[in-house]
Write a protein that binds this ligand. Sequence first.
Ligand SMILES: C[S@@+](CC[C@H](N)C(=O)[O-])C[C@H]1O[C@@H](n2cnc3c(N)ncnc32)[C@H](O)[C@@H]1O
Length: 179
Amino acid sequence: MPQELHWKKFFKPKQILETLGIEGGRIADIGSGYGTFSIPAAARTRNTVFAIEMEPEMVQQLKGKAKRKKLTNIKTIQRDVSRQGTGLKDKSVKHVLLFNILHCEKPVNLLKEAKRILSPNGSVAVIHWNYDPDTPRGPPMHIRPKPEQIIEWAEKAGLTLHETHDLPPHHYGLVFKHK
Ligand SMILES: C[S@@+](CC[C@H](N)C(=O)[O-])C[C@H]1O[C@@H](n2cnc3c(N)ncnc32)[C@H](O)[C@@H]1O
């Protein structure tokens, strides 16, 4: 991950959450990083935002930030979701965010876990860097997934595509629901 100030320049987080319909209910942000999306998500629900992240330092940073901003509905969880799952109950969240993370080793595991915790009418929102070598950041092209690839993985996990979005300047978004 680049430095936080640099990272933030690549997105309009509020706009992205709005476009993808992230509003209300419990929200799980898997691989929450700096909290670029967990923090604005907390303002879009009265329920809990679970910010789940494997790197202990990032978890501590986000915990501190949420406290300073008095965001009492962010719950940080340190966990490697690919190996340990989220620890959340079946069908217990309305929205799951998988943002800039599906270039990881076992993407289908993450998508299956997202489906497990998703409520019947909930959505799994994915964003990723455009499949374009000219983006200013993003994973190396050999591990960077194309949208079609993510749709195929999601199908394997039992999810079905509901919406696709361009998220300029550098991202695309996909919204999935239960099959
Ligand atoms: C590229 S960053 C994206 C952060 C955030 N989602 C965003 O878009 O601003 C990916 C984050 O996911 C975390 N991560 C990767 N694999 C994970 C896993 N299996 N479980 C939990 N966190 C993970 C990394 O530590 C990193 O902070």
